[in-house]
Ligand binder design. Structure first.
Ligand SMILES: NC(=O)c1ccc[n+]([C@@H]2O[C@H](COP(=O)([O-])OP(=O)(O)OC[C@H]3O[C@@H](n4cnc5c(N)ncnc54)[C@H](O)[C@@H]3O)[C@@H](O)[C@H]2O)c1
Length: 371
């Protein structure tokens, strides 16, 4: 079994609390012959700013570039609100995404049967939901230049953001979408606003070309982004993989997130290009939630988003599909037992803390792996 080098970046608030649970899972996998992981840990975010005056150090950047995968907790908190913009806790994460070229953000939205009543939508609409929002993460209107606010001198100001995409950026995210779909239900929905945006016209054209040329076996449909948002809350089970740009992906993935009930349940992966020589790719795995300062230190954070993010590392960085499936099944089984952290509690459930929840998931994993 090859040795996998993981860089753990716990961060701030509940980040270190949920990372402790991932370490518990990693230890268990190493001890039980399900993996061979070497871990190293470093500071990022507010805690790094307090120690070194920056949100990520050069040394940590070098370690991040050398690791097989990065496992990231969460950063930020009110105590760093006054920190200069370039040094704020989130700057460390943005630097990692940018310098590692993590252009593909995968956010699954899975509704575990035991949690179908926690969604704001009806049970029949979300029960058994299993879709993926694939968001382009390093281009588009968040990064395009010019990006300015100009004083027009007549009591008015003008703000400009620029939406810009090149062919290669659309091609590479489309390929990730088609590859994902081939391993799932073989359907991609591409979402843009070609009726009013030139980037939408190019997006539609390039995704269609990649499909025709390289993935004709995958079902492709196009939906305007506003219609896609509407369909997501009307009947989300019609989708398999939704691929979209940075801006629409940001919004649609948050909509999809809430279909599943709680922020504490949602994992994510951010992937870079495949290296032609090694066949590997840089990747960062993190829960969708933030540092949750309101519950930090109380031992009640839901560890599932973080554990499921590690499950995504098994699947997408290491090809350990069987083990990744086992982690997902163990989470479903612990929930089916009736265990809940406070954020997902429901009538009749047993409310447990962060560690107890993880222990139950690992116990289920043991049972499933032995079966
Ligand atoms: N990627 C990141 O590191 C990231 C992402 C989002 C926000 N943040 C930062 O986190 C800080 C807090 O932001 P916020 O309050 O808007 O978002 P948040 O995700 O931290 O919390 C929102 C709400 O969800 C709850 N919650 C979140 N994760 C949970 C979990 N695992 N278990 C149980 N409950 C959970 C919190 O208690 C809170 O009530 C801010 O400094 C923000 O900038 C960081």
């Amino acid at each position: 079994m090859p040795t996998r080098k993981l860089l753990l970046l716990p961060g701030d608030g509940i980040g270190p609390e949920v990372m402790t649970e991932v370490k518990r899972l990693i230890r268990w996998m190493n001890d039980n012959g399900l993996g061979n992981f070497e871990t190293e840990e470093a500071l990022v975010g507010g805690c790094c700013y307090d120690a070194y005056g920056v949100s990520i150090t050069e040394d940590t950047m070098a370690k991040a570039k050398a690791a097989d995968a990065l496992i990231f907790g969460a950063v930020g908190g009110p105590q760093w609100d006054g920190v200069p913009y370039d040094l704020r806790p989130e700057a460390g994460l943005l630097r990692l995404r940018k310098e590692l070229g993590l252009f593909a953000n995968i956010r699954p939205a899975v509704c575990y049967p035991a949690l179908a009543d926690a969604s704001s939508l009806k049970r029949e609409v979300v029960e058994g939901l299993d879709i993926v929002i694939l968001r382009e993460l390093t281009g588009g209107v968040y990064f395009g230049e010019p990006k300015t606010i100009t004083d027009l001198g007549n009591g008015q100001k003008r703000a400009i953001d620029t939406q810009v995409y090149d062919t290669y950026e659309i091609e590479r995210i489309a390929r990730v979408g088609f590859e994902l779909a081939r391993k799932r239900r073989n359907k991609v929905t591409s979402s843009e606003k070609r009726n009013v945006m030139k980037t939408g016209v190019l997006w539609h054209e390039v995704v269609s070309d990649v499909h025709k040329r390289e993935y004709p076996d995958v079902q492709l449909e196009h939906q305007l982004a506003d219609a896609c948002g509407m369909q997501l809350v009307r009947w989300p089970k019609q989708f398999d993989v939704i691929v979209c740009d940075n801006l629409f992906g940001d919004m649609l993935s948050d909509v999809a997130a809430m279909l599943t009930g709680s922020l504490g349940m949602l994992p994510s992966a951010s992937l870079g290009e495949i290296d032609a020589k090694t066949g590997t790719r840089r990747a960062l795995y993190e829960p969708v939630h933030g540092s949750a300062p309101d519950i930090a230190g109380k031992g009640i954070a839901n560890p599932i988003a973080m554990l499921a993010s590690f499950g995504m590392a098994l699947r997408y960085s290491f090809g350990m599909v069987k083990e990744a499936d086992l982690v997902d099944q163990a989470i479903a089984a612990a929930l089916a037992e009736g265990l809940r952290t406070p954020d997902i509690k429901s009538a009749g459930a047993t409310v447990v803390g962060t560690t107890r929840m993880t222990e139950a998931i690992i116990a289920e994993l043991g049972r499933l792996a032995a079966a």
